[in-house]
Design a protein around this ligand. Structure first.
Ligand SMILES: [Zn+2]
Length: 308
């Protein structure tokens, strides 16, 4: 049995996973942003203990982390959990769990899950995008995960698409994820709701604009709400710009859309495909396709368990 751990900015998930990639048992806990690295490791250990008190059945433990990881399993960058920068996560967990541990970026783990068992199976050149609070990316090159020289390849959310644009948590301005993440969609929905008091979105807000989030999009689109339609169109302009840049760079066979926003995929698939075709350098010559990823929010957990 394999153990997969997915660390997020606000939660920790751990699961026992069999050799076919199926989740046998899973546990989710809120993570603690105020914890120091020692307390964080204790929280991880407790979570694993609750899931699986008899660790002798675990053959390997993989961890997906929302940041950049060195080849030795040290945390290099960590925008959501900055207190963990420098933590030798692999070594610490190996000491505690007495099992081989590997750590990688969470989007890389998600791409690995899709490559082994999901939407990217048998793909030589492919990209997984995770559209959530930010944008993560995992790049498959010649059938393998491409990590780059320092392990930070695939940080596509931080490609700058608007020079001197919105400030990003990474310290730069104009990063793609500031325009095409779920947070960015939320901002567009709120803007359109405020501009149209007769909209379904405004009704959903019930007088408080903060009630509107990306999760409201589907309900509004189902009722053909024009405010939601316009917000989604603006969002897709930004999303397609980044994707077409990736197509110019990698000419992939498949780009799979994962993460929380992939739930909206049926509503935007066709429009996104059209926009990408318009913007990509090779236009109709680009033979690749956009598809929805298979594992949604469980992809990081499953892929982590197969890092080795
Ligand atoms: Zn950035």
């Amino acid at each position: 049995m394999r153990l997969g751990i997915d660390i997020g900015g606000s939660k920790i998930a751990a699961a026992l996973i069999d050799e076919s990639g199926s989740i046998i048992q899973q546990i989710r806990r809120p993570s603690d942003r105020s914890a120091d690295s020692k307390q964080f490791i204790s929280l991880l250990f407790e979570t694993v203990n609750t899931l699986c008190p008899k660790r002798s059945q675990i053959s390997f433990c993989g961890v997906g982390y929302p940041g950049s990881i060195s080849g030795q399993g040290h945390i290099i960058s960590s925008p959501n959990l900055p207190m963990l920068i420098g933590l030798p996560l692999k070594n610490e967990l190996e000491k505690l769990l007495s099992v081989a541990v590997a750590v990688d970026n969470d989007a890389n783990c998600a791409a690995l899950a899709e490559l082994k068992f999901g939407a990217l199976q048998n793909a030589g050149q492919a990209i997984l995008l995770t559209l959530g609070t930010g944008i993560g990316g995992g790049i498959i090159c010649n059938g393998e995960l491409y990590r780059g020289v320092s392990g930070t390849a695939g940080e596509v959310g931080h490609m700058i698409i608007h020079p001197n644009g919105r400030p990003c948590s990474c310290g730069n301005k104009g990063c793609w994820e500031k325009y095409a993440s779920a947070k960015a969609l939320t901002a567009l929905l709120r803007k359109q709701a405020m501009a149209d008091p007769n909209s379904i979105l405004w009704q959903i807000a019930c007088g408080n604009i903060k009630n509107i989030g990306a999760h409201c999009t589907e309900a509004a689109l189902k009722k053909d709400d024009q405010a939601a339609v316009i917000a989604l169109e603006e969002y897709l302009e930004e999303l397609s710009t980044g994707i077409s840049n990736l197509c110019c760079l990698f000419d992939p066979q498949i780009i799979a859309i994962g993460g929380g926003l992939s739930a909206l995929y049926p509503y935007f698939a066709q429009k996104l495909q059209t926009l990408v075709k318009q913007k990509v350098y090779s236009g109709d010559a680009w033979q690749g396709k956009l598809i929805k990823a298979r594992f949604g929010n469980n992809a990081g957990l499953i892929g982590a368990a197969f890092l080795s």
